[in-house]
Design a protein around this ligand. Structure first.
Ligand SMILES: *[C@@H]1O[C@H](CO)[C@@H](O)[C@H](O)[C@H]1NC(C)=O
Ligand SMILES: *[C@@H]1O[C@H](CO)[C@@H](O)[C@H](O)[C@H]1NC(C)=O
Ligand SMILES: *[C@@H]1O[C@H](CO)[C@@H](O)[C@H](O)[C@H]1NC(C)=O
Ligand SMILES: *[C@@H]1O[C@H](CO)[C@@H](O)[C@H](O)[C@H]1NC(C)=O
Ligand SMILES: *[C@@H]1O[C@H](CO)[C@@H](O)[C@H](O)[C@H]1NC(C)=O
Length: 836
């Protein structure tokens, strides 16, 4: 009955198909082909197979969704061999293969199935409702099993529900995804994603021959590194097959009527593996996940033997029992060198070895692993100890009580920390017995310290009480001061016990060093006063900042601030050597920078030639790191508020150093993220919310940083930038170029030659710059993200319109020379509002 009905339907569809009307069949036979312009539609009406052009002219045969307005192609037959005209024909050929030919019968693609076919007459090529194109011998039965060839075995960039990714070990077939080369070129690009046949298999995304992202091995519940596969209330179910015949993975939506696809996309020269589902109400694709999602998903982001934790700052930490391999690099957040054993292993010869457990982690790169599916954890440990090159072990399967044994050999790379209930599994890491003890002692020590501190506090409290009791007359202010100095002291003590006092220079020394503050030794004038160059008798060169007499602080407060700020030390911050207080006079003494400030270079025709792209990129990164340190990693959390090219100094090796940080603190009266009555800053570098409303936050600095990035790349000032045609400043100009896809035209002509081949890098920097100067503060990234975006290949958000992109500032603050750039008061900012 059903069969007859089916026959009727297909037959009528077939007839209509012949007559060329819009209703199409879902199959062809040997005697019929489809030519360009015709198509097959799956019976459920979801998928279409036909000819299409992603770009201008080239024609491809592919499968897409019938009812989704923007053509979403899920499979392409002739990926790297397009037809150049519309004479293509798809047919079943004499050998029983599917063939794509043009008018003169040149072959453009063939299914080339190896299975021998007796009678080609009975062959049927059908587009199934799952999006699978299947060639079968027409004998009936389930076409999902009884087929000669199926498109699901030859994925392009898309994994559809029910489609397997991975290996058929009997035939050697490896089903893996490869991203399109570009939006209009479906040929396989350099980004691929597939199952790797390691002892403990896992899915890996590759860029050329470099790993970009790993899923982590399957542990029975999910991939240990893909927390979405372990969600309880997930939208999808996952099936992993791992036996002698097959290593493969597939997914299915729980609600079968929801359309979904998983795509390997190329974005900004790197890969992105993403699952989308169709939102019927909003008529658009929604993301279910995007991988790599965050910094810690980047392969080996923290180097060997370290743990990457998105909730920690900084993200990378050496595993317990390990220390940074290159401490200096590690501290400036260059993590690629990774960590190394605190005590090197001697493989049982000395005190022996043991294992430290880390919980809820993505298991390390499984390329060099060994597996036994039936061992328990005790046997596993013994097995690992038996072999000197075994570095870690874990359960193979974590369902129920855990079973199986995986051993790692060689460096442990790419471990990611998940929140305690958010995925991952337990990993046992081999360390020397002494480090095991150390970790135990550490715990004991913490306990001891905790008890001591509690006692001390009690004692102190008691003493304090006694003091108050005895000296009722003592002003409470004094007590406050004691408390204050204790906290400040402890802050200082942590690093340099011996260096409690910042050198105070006497006035005569400084006056002599600067030839009595002569005009000749004047280097420039910043927002906080003039800067002089000086030389001590021993030959050391210094820069002296003579603060304008508006400081609200008394000498002691000033000194305290300076001491705190002098503790901020980073290779990208100018080092404060000391201060000088003389009557009303306040001075700061800095190390002298040979190459003066960045604006001397980038805005100068001759000197800008000295800055090639690599150097500019290094400068950008240096500034970013310095600023990140101020915002996040220093204990004071400093917002600079007057970041500009003239405040970036360059040392003899052209390493950038931020100067003038902490000035807001020295001038007193500022909290974090607050409004201020006194708008300090420089037009052109100030974000709208600050210039107009006086609201500042770390995001104000991010804005200034973005301006600096664009200035470094373009060699032009944001202020004073003049476009012949438009009333745009540099930001506006960049924004319009960006939207027209002509961002490369922004590049400073004097480095155009040196950035050949680095276009992607340059574009990425422009992109990051634009993200930083976005109008909306919340849209702007933090400096932590900026550093990551600049030093990794993670995907970037689309920038929104920048703040202040039209050249409509009041004329009177025009300052093309840094000497005139000075603090401006709030009343001016009202003028800024005009014309916006
Ligand atoms: C068919 O393709 C071949 C090879 O690309 C080409 O030489 C020939 O001109 C094409 N024929 C037509 C009619 O386009
Ligand atoms: C078809 O497959 C065979 C081996 O399976 C290979 O040698 C041959 O080059 C393939 N032909 C085409 C047109 O891909
Ligand atoms: C499945 O999804 C469809 C479309 O979104 C919805 O109408 C239906 O209620 C869902 N079914 C279940 C069981 O959730
Ligand atoms: C796995 O371990 C079990 C139990 O220790 C042992 O009997 C079996 O031979 C091992 N298999 C392999 C392949 O080593
Ligand atoms: C240790 O394991 C490695 C990797 O499986 C193997 O090559 C080596 O022979 C083993 N050594 C010993 C002593 O078992």
């Amino acid at each position: 009955m059903a069969a007859g009905f089916y026959f009727l339907i297909s037959c009528s569809a077939f007839l209509c198909f012949f007559s060329g009307t819009s209703i199409a069949a879902d199959f062809i036979t040997r005697s019929k082909s489809i030519s360009d312009g015709q198509s097959l539609v799956s019976q459920n009406g979801i998928f279409v197979l036909g000819f299409f052009s992603p770009g201008k002219s080239n024609r491809y045969v592919g499968i897409w969704y019938k009812n989704i307005p923007t053509q979403t192609v899920v499979w392409v037959a002739n990926r790297d061999n397009p037809l150049t005209d519309s004479t293509g024909v798809l047919k079943i050929d004499d050998e029983g293969n599917i063939a794509l030919v043009n008018k003169t019968n040149s072959l453009f693609w063939s299914s080339n199935s190896s299975k021998a076919v007796a009678k080609t007459e009975s062959l049927i090529l059908r587009l199934l409702g799952s999006g699978n194109l299947v060639l079968s011998d027409g004998k009936g039965g389930n076409p999902d099993q009884n087929f000669l060839w199926q498109s699901f075995d030859y994925p392009c960039d898309t994994l559809l529900p029910g489609m397997k990714m991975g290996w058929d070990l009997k035939t050697g077939l490896n089903r893996r995804l490869s991203a399109w080369k570009s939006e209009d070129d479906p040929s396989p690009g350099e980004i691929t994603h597939g199952m790797e046949l390691y002892a403990d298999p896992e899915a890996v995304m590759w860029i050329r021959s470099r790993k970009r992202y790993r899923s982590g091995p399957w542990n029975g519940r999910g991939f240990s590194g893909a927390s979405h596969s372990m969600k309880d209330n997930a939208m999808f179910t996952y099936h992993f097959t791992f036996n002698e015949e097959e290593v493969s993975f597939l997914y299915q939506p729980i609600n079968g009527s929801i359309l979904s696809r998983t795509v390997l996309e190329m974005s900004h020269d790197s890969g992105q593996f993403e699952r989308l589902y169709w939102d019927d109400r909003q008529q658009k694709w929604e993301f279910y996940f995007k991988l790599p999602k965050e910094f810690c998903d980047e392969y080996g982001a923290c180097g060997a033997y370290s743990n990457c934790d998105m909730n920690a700052s900084p993200y990378c930490k050496c595993l317990k029992g390990f220390k940074p391999k290159s401490p200096a690099a590690w501290n400036s957040m260059i993590w690629s060198d990774g960590c190394t054993h605190q005590t090197s292993l001697d493989c049982g010869k000395g005190k022996g070895e043991g294992f430290l457990i880390v919980k809820s982690v993505k298991l390390p790169d499984a390329e060099h692993t060994w597996l036994n599916k039936s061992m328990n954890l005790e046997e596993c440990k013994a097995e690992c100890l038996r072999n000197c090159s075994c570095t870690a072990y874990a359960n193979f399967d974590v369902t129920e009580r855990g079973s199986g044994c995986v051993l790692w050999f060689g460096d442990l790379i790419d471990i990611k920390q998940f929140p305690s209930n958010g995925g991952g599994q337990e990993l046992y890491i081999r360390v020397a017995a002494s480090d095991l003890d150390a970790s135990r002692t550490e715990k004991r020590l913490i306990l001891v310290v905790a008890i001591t501190v509690t006692l001390a506090v009690l004692l102190l409290g008691c003493c304090g009480f006694c003091i108050i009791w005895r000296k009722k007359k003592t002003k409470s202010k004094e007590l406050g001061n004691i408390a204050e100095s204790i906290t400040d002291r402890s802050l200082l003590d942590e690093s340099h016990m011996d260096n409690l006092e910042l050198p105070s220079f006497d006035f005569v020394t400084i006056a002599t060093a600067t030839h009595n503050f002569s005009d000749k030794s004047k280097l420039g004038e910043g927002g906080f006063g003039p800067v002089y160059m000086g030389k001590f008798p021993d030959g050391q060169q210094i820069a002296v900042k003579r603060l304008s007499k508006t400081s609200l602080q008394g000498p002691e407060e000033f000194k305290n601030e300076v001491i705190l700020i002098s503790k901020l030390q980073h290779r990208n911050l100018v080092r404060l050597l000391g201060c000088c207080i003389h009557a009303e006079e306040r001075m700061l003494i800095y190390e002298y920078m040979d190459n003066q400030s960045l604006d001397h270079f980038i805005f100068d025709q001759a000197r800008s030639k000295l800055l090639n792209w690599k150097l500019r990129l290094r400068i950008i990164l240096g500034i970013a790191r310095g600023l990140l340190y101020l915002h996040q990693d220093s204990r004071l959390r400093i917002i600079h508020r007057d970041l500009k090219t003239s405040n970036i100094l360059l040392d003899g090796k052209m390493e950038p150093k931020i100067s003038d940080f902490g000035m807001a603190r020295i001038f007193g009266g500022d909290q974090i993220e607050a409004e201020t009555n006194r708008v300090v800053g420089t037009f052109g570098y100030m974000p709208p919310e600050y210039a107009i409303d006086g609201i500042f936050s770390v995001k104000s600095d991010v804005y200034s940083f973005g301006v600096i990035v664009l200035e470094i790349i373009s060699g032009k000032r944001n202020r004073g930038f003049c476009h012949p045609e438009f009333q745009l400043n540099l930001l506006g100009h960049t924004w319009s170029l960006w939207n027209e896809g002509r961002a490369m035209e922004l590049i400073d002509p004097s480095m155009r030659d040196s950035c050949c081949g680095d276009e992607v890098e340059v574009l990425r920097c422009i992109h990051v710059g634009l993200l930083c100067v976005q109008q909306n503060t919340e849209d702007r990234p933090t400096m932590a993200s900026v550093v990551l975006m600049l030093s990794s290949e993670c995907a970037l958000a689309k920038p929104q319109q920048p703040g202040f992109f039209a050249q409509r500032y009041p004329v009177m603050t025009d300052s093309s020379s840094s000497k005139q750039e000075s603090s401006i008061a709030n009343d001016l900012s009202a003028t800024v509002l005009e014309g916006r």
